[in-house]
Design a protein around this ligand. Structure first.
Ligand code: IMP
Ligand code: MG
Length: 205
């Protein structure tokens, strides 16, 4: 379809894998009520789908962080822009991430969360870009291994765009996309496979 990007994980594979992860988490936390924490904004799409596959009385919460420079420069140190609304003391915490790349941000965040006395802290990430890991992290729940390329969609952005892509795309030509950020518009769901038969597209007579 395009030389700029290709689908690396399609929406149906995402849906099926999240169902499996939800079932596993439901079994692992039987009789407990974990708090699922998403780091804004990328993880929020995954969190929204994941919680509906977990048959437990879960709570959700969000944190927003900003980096001092890039992840590597700051060694993962981040400023908490929005903290949790609830006390996680004594609670089972699951940090829900879209992608773990160097792991620097998340390892810092885990240290912060552990200082608050939770019963447990585990990580659930949709994508694991393990080739780029700098900070060792135990990823308890992983959706998919991710190739060492820039990916967008399903929560992940390119310059704050394309978080609403239903599939996860690998960017093959970052230079071209930077020059023309509209290049991925055809991948947005409404512009997906061309309608067949007599279906009416939005806006057409
Ligand atoms: P790190 O693990 O500290 O290097 O940073 C991970 C964060 O960087 C993720 O939560 C994403 O927000 C962002 N990130 C890393 N790789 C990608 C990518 O391929 N596409 C979009 N965002 C990414
Ligand atoms: Mg993120």
């Amino acid at each position: 379809m395009s030389d700029v990007a290709r689908v690396v994980v399609g929406r149906e594979d995402i849906r099926r894998r999240i169902e499996e992860l939800g079932r596993t988490i439901t079994g692992d936390y039987e009789g407990r009520a974990p708090v699922l924490i998403s780091v804004l904004k990328g993880g929020s799409v995954f969190l929204a789908d994941l919680i509906r596959e977990i048959a437990l009385p879960v709570a959700i919460d969000y944190m927003s962080i900003s980096r001092y420079g890039g992840a590597a420069e700051s060694m993962g140190r981040v400023q908490i822009v929005k903290d949790l609304d609830q006390d996680i003391g004594g609670r089972d915490v699951i940090v829900v991430e879209d992608i773990v790349d160097t792991g620097l941000t998340l390892s810092y965040l885990i240290t912060v969360l552990e200082s608050r006395g939770p019963a447990s802290v585990r990580i659930c990430t949709l994508l694991d870009k393990s080739a780029r890991r700098i900070a060792p992290l135990e990823l308890r729940y992983v959706g998919f291994e991710c190739p060492d390329v820039f990916v967008v969609g399903y929560g992940l952005d390119f310059q704050e765009r394309y978080r609403n892509l239903p599939d996860i795309l690998a960017i093959e030509d970052l230079g071209a996309l930077t020059a023309d950020p509209d290049l991925l518009l055809p991948f947005l769901s409404g512009a997906g496979p061309a309608p067949t038969g007599g279906e009416t597209a939005v806006g057409s007579a």
